[in-house]
Design a protein around this ligand. Sequence first.
Ligand code: NAD
Length: 449
Amino acid sequence: MTTVLNPATEEVIAELESAGVEETDAAVARARAAFPAWRAVAPADRARLLRRLATLVEEHHEELSQIESANVGKPISGARGEVGMVAQVFHFYAGAVDKHHGETIPVAGGIDMTFREPLGVVGLIVPWNFPLNISSWKLGPALACGNTVVLKPAELTPLSALRLAELALEAGIPEGVVNVVVGKGSVAGQRLIEHPDVAKIGFTGSTEVGQQVMRGAAGTIKRVTLELGGKSANVVFADADLERAAAAAPYAVFDNAGQDCCARSRILVEASVYDRFAELLVEATRKLRVGDPRDEATEMGPLVSAAHRETVASFVDGEPLFRGDAPDGPGFWYPATLVEARPDDRIAREEVFGPVAALIPFRDEEEAVRIANDSDYGLSGSIWTENGGRALRVARAIETGVLSINSNSSVRVSTPFGGFKQSGFGRELGMHALEGYSEIKNVYYSTEG
Ligand code: NAD
């Protein structure tokens, strides 16, 4: 049995049967049975169905936002933004269906052509921090390429994925094309990874489980896309617009209560402006509105679970530079926290996945790049400087998949998203994601004889 809580109230909001191996196998069998007909749907018709799903998400925007906010404890304003993106993702991939195609290659004696073939049944395993959003990043390209899917949401947050699957049916996407299994990662997730009829796993989650996915997938040479953890740097140079950088920095790490793989949780500041910046950052963090996720003005809600709060708390010892306010409870609250750190401290190396940021001074550009790259991860990051040459020089030098200059943004519907190093491999979003859900077939046709 999966018990689903509202993290802001600790109330039970749903009880669901947990899928075991048998139920997971049944979902894979349904997806397999639906595959031949789905891959044969004419591109324009597949696009129309995806567009209809996008429109249904728009029509159910408020309902889906409320589900996501209650299940994850995220502020309703953030949930609305995320659901808005989900609709855009399906619109984008509806438009991409007939734009992802093969080529003809000049060769002697005939004609050589390539085709983009779907993989078959793909298993999509997603985490609890952006349940619907991350599901759509995988579902959109997977369906556009003609695959059928088995989606496994995190045990803590299955509700929006279940509603989305209902909307997919309502949109006219045939039965069996989109399947959802609610179950434990170690049971339902593991079965998907090992199942011989699953051609690929699109996984988002921790680096630790990502390693298990790679190991498990080896048995059947499954394709894998891994979107894993991060410990991204927010690099503030002395020549930056400090007010602007400091006003933005809290949102780069405390959004979604820090439960964000792109969180810029290492704030690297040039030593000559460190004190001034720290002052501005504390002021900006103090202004964060923490509280009831249903309130339109709330900017930070609780953490997802009591267990996760314990993990987050274990990272903070001693007196932090700043600790914000948080409600007492019920709910899994943890205050926005700023700590001063050295690059080798645990807080500067491990992913906290909560509202805790480490401030680290650096001497010069060379040291900034060295500290930024001194990490097992490489997912996102920001650079703040008014010097254009330096901005691009440092952007090229930082080992990360997604980087922004004078901005916090990481994710857009049309641009590639994914990690370097132990943050994973493969890209989501944009046209690049289609590469991960299709196989290139090469066909040579002899014109001789
Ligand atoms: P997690 O790795 O614990 O779980 C992710 C998913 O994997 C869940 O659905 C879970 O049930 C499943 N799972 C767990 N064990 C499994 C197993 N043995 N076999 C198959 N599936 C299994 O991660 P989480 O706690 O849900 O999410 C937090 C992590 O996700 C953080 O590390 C965060 O950085 C990462 N994340 C990465 C991105 C990205 O795009 N790079 C985005 C969001 C979150």
